[in-house]
Design a binder for this molecule. Structure first.
Ligand SMILES: [Zn+2]
Length: 240
């Protein structure tokens, strides 16, 4: 029985160490994760703006080319009008020229729109690029911090987890469930007696009960806080 009490207390010590290690990491892993997602969203936006700029440049040059061709055609129609022999042909050429001029005007309006739109796109591209650079820099720093902490804690953590598994194998399933339940509710499940009191809740433990607990032959629960009470001897003899 004594060894089970020792194992339970050892579990308590190991779990406290593991809690401390995890606390040291804090929310850094989540922070890095959230920043990676932010960065991906910004990069996606930059890509979309780049695409939009490329698309409008292509469309713009197509329309410019079309307008130049139409200007050449208008010149040609003007020449042809000097040579026509009847009104019908003359009017037909006039209509062609008017239609070409309308298309040129439409193209000019479109190009003006693209010019305005490009100014906006380039401004937001600049904004997002600055944001991306800032985020990348911050992320790099956080990643380094996390890496340092992981490197310094990983070895210890593995050692504690191994010891914990060993301690677990020495405890009955029933006792383990009790331990887990109290730990879930109280943080620490095992409280050694110190100065005639429960070290979990500081309530005095009656002398008769202390004598019983000192025998280390069964499991006692503090009637005030519900933690497993162990003798001072168990606490002194059990080390990580
Ligand atoms: Zn207590």
């Amino acid at each position: 029985m004594k060894s089970i009490l020792q194992s339970l207390y050892l579990l308590q010590l190991l779990d406290t160490e593991l809690d401390d290690l995890r606390e040291l990491r804090g929310d850094l892993p989540e922070t890095v994760n959230a920043m990676e997602q932010d960065l991906a969203a910004v990069e996606q936006r930059i890509e979309e703006i780049d695409e939009a700029l490329k698309r409008s440049a292509t469309e713009r040059s197509m329309k410019e080319k079309e307008s130049l061709e139409l200007i050449a055609k208008i010149e040609k129609y003007k020449g042809q009008q000097l040579e026509v022999t009847n009104n019908k042909e003359y009017d037909a050429l006039t209509r062609e020229m008017e239609s070409a001029e309308t298309t040129i005007a439409t193209n000019e309006a479109l190009i003006a729109e693209w010019v305005d739109k490009n100014v906006e796109l380039k401004a937001s591209l600049e904004q997002f690029t600055t944001k991306r650079d800032e985020l990348s820099k911050e992320l790099e720093i956080k990643r380094e911090e996390l890496k340092d902490i992981l490197e310094t804690t990983a070895e210890e953590e593995i050692a504690f987890v191994k010891r914990r598994e060993q301690a677990l194998s020495e405890v009955l399933e029933r006792d383990m469930q009790l331990y887990a339940r109290i730990r879930g509710a109280k943080g620490k499940a095992v409280a050694p007696i110190r100065r005639e009191s429960c070290s979990g809740c500081y309530n005095v433990v009656p002398p008769q009960l202390i004598l019983e607990i000192k025998k280390n032959d069964r499991l006692f629960i503090c009637e005030h806080c519900g933690r497993i009470l162990v003798s001072e001897e168990i606490a002194q003899e059990t080390k990580i």
